[in-house]
Ligand binder design. Structure first.
Ligand code: CO8
Length: 258
């Protein structure tokens, strides 16, 4: 399908989705969010795709929700239209892993979008922030919840209340990103991580994504139980037999998602 605000490339088993509104620093308008949801659903349904990488440009992953599009909205339109809820839920329902490759600005909805991915690899130029307070609003696509869980209350509160940006090094120290790489190597590193995931059994991959995400939603004992059940269930798969016998035989495992 031809998109206007994103570019989708399928490279072997990795779907690479690039946000592409360069004139607006990839600000997330409804057209872009609609196309992104569609592309993610297509990648999730495409049997060839085993991992998704989401990225922006060198200057901006995304500088937030599109302010010009939001500026004249009334409370009634935002409330009854459930502004951004459907788009967020569409992303949350994706079962395949999504890696955010972030360079430059990831602000407001851009930071929230990156945090909705399964992990973030950042270039050394990345800047994260929740500056909605400067616009007389606040985070609306998960920032107050996800940033707080990732970096703790104090840092999250400071960023939301002052609008201060966090650089890549601070983001790595704080646990917001999994690692920082030189800007020139960002895509190579993100695609490399994605390719590694594509070599695993998809049964383990999907189970791991589900289990880690449950840790945000439930108590420790319920989460541990769910993990144990998924762990036990994987013993019913051929890939578990293959993975363990390959280790014993000192050879590479050949997973078949069975
Ligand atoms: N919306 C619309 N247009 C934008 C946005 C945006 N968020 N950010 C940048 N642009 C546009 C600028 O207006 C400018 O357009 P033009 O050339 O036509 O004047 C172009 O992109 C380039 O931007 P700048 O000239 O400002 O570039 P600078 O390098 O000088 O500054 C900054 C870069 C610091 C990133 C600056 O552009 C900026 O502060 N942008 C706004 C950041 C912001 O406030 N983001 C939060 C938005 S609110 C939000 O995200 C609410 C989240 C709720 C849910 C989200 C669901 C998706």
């Amino acid at each position: 399908m031809a998109y206007k605000t994103i570019i989708v490339e399928i490279d072997e088993h990795v779907a690479l989705i690039k946000l592409n509104r360069p004139d607006a620093l990839n600000a997330l308008n409804s057209a872009l969010l609609g196309e992104l949801g569609q592309a993610l659903r297509e990648a999730d349904a495409n049997e060839k795709v085993r991992c998704i990488v989401l990225t922006g440009s060198e200057k901006a992953f995304a500088a937030g929700a599109d302010i010009t599009e939001m500026a004249d909205k009334s409370f009634v339109e935002a409330f009854l239209g459930d502004l951004f809820a459907r788009e967020a839920e569409a992303i949350e329902r994706i079962r395949k892993p999504i890696i955010a490759a972030v360079s430059g600005y990831a602000l407001g909805g851009g930071c929230e979008l990156a945090m909705m991915c399964d992990f973030i690899i950042a270039s050394d130029t990345a800047k994260f922030g929740q500056p909605e307070i400067n616009l007389g609003v606040m985070a609306g696509m998960g920032g107050s919840q996800r940033l707080t869980r990732l970096v703790g209350k104090s840092k999250s509160m400071e960023m939301h209340l002052t609008g201060r940006f966090m650089d890549a090094q601070e983001a790595e120290r704080s646990g917001l990103v999994s690692r920082v790489v030189p800007a020139k190597k960002l895509m190579e590193e993100a695609m490399g991580a994605a390719e590694k995931i594509t070599e695993k059994s998809q049964l383990s991959v999907v189970a791991i994504k589900e289990a880690v995400n449950r840790s945000y939603e439930t108590t420790l004992s319920e989460g541990l139980l769910q993990e144990r059940r998924l762990f036990h269930a994987l013993f019913a798969t051929e890939d578990q037999k293959e993975g363990m016998s390959a280790f014993v035989d000192k050879r590479e495992a050949q997973f078949r998602d069975k």
